[in-house]
Design a protein around this ligand. Sequence first.
Ligand SMILES: Nc1nc2c(ncn2[C@@H]2O[C@H](COP(=O)(O)OP(=O)(O)O)[C@@H](O)[C@H]2O)c(=O)[nH]1
Ligand SMILES: [Mg+2]
Length: 247
Amino acid sequence: MGQSLSPVQNLTVVVPCFNESEAIQPLVERLCDLREDLSGLDSFRVILVDDGSGDDTWHRMQDITTHMPWIERLRHDQNRGITAAIMTGMRAATTEYVATLDSDCTYDPLQMRQLLAAVDGQVAIVTASPYHPLGVVLGVPGWRLLLSKAASTAYATVINVDLHTYTSCFRIYRRSVFVDLELRNQGFVGMAELLWMAIRDGGTVKETPAVLTSRRVGYSKLRTLPVIAGHLRLIGQIIYQRLSRQL
Ligand SMILES: Nc1nc2c(ncn2[C@@H]2O[C@H](COP(=O)(O)OP(=O)(O)O)[C@@H](O)[C@H]2O)c(=O)[nH]1
Ligand SMILES: [Mg+2]
């Protein structure tokens, strides 16, 4: 990476973790692989954010990463949601580019190279896009896929930007664009809200085709009905903002 023209020379990877006891070991192993893969960067750091887990996620994090000074651990006293955890990590980071990644490795972290390749001096977010025509989805239940794709299609329609995936957590952010934002949605819907805010404020958003697989350990934290309701609410707010501000 060192010789490339990418503006990213220093990267912080933030990983939100909620009740992910079993996922921490394979995650940290894969983060070690990623660190090796990106050894050309000037610096590579990781911030794991335990979002008030009720299981032993926090202790597993501490045990497994004790001798890894490049991994920092942060903790919320209580569960505040995936987007709140990402914002905590983003605020703690000191690099201009901050990547975020699911802790269950449903996106192989080694796909980070493709995201990095899409970063240029203009970009506010690069998002992984399994729903891109060149993206791949493997082993994800049909109903989940339908729900997620329907949400992305609805956002593409109301925002009128040519993106295929609005709900992915695997992204690279330009920190200065986001660090002071106040979000209404602290959970999964906040992923789409972050994207909308970047676009609303004139930021450039890019996507790269990605491979999404299904979980091997642990369980999904997404609660379908509240998330559908949250997406519908946000879509209504976007329509209102676009009409009232003529965006
Ligand atoms: N910090 C935090 N992370 C969460 C929360 N819910 C889910 N996550 C994390 O967000 C990522 C995606 O969640 P997951 O349960 O796999 O949802 P799915 O992939 O949509 O089924 C994983 O890294 C989870 O640990 C939460 O309430 N707080
Ligand atoms: Mg997942």
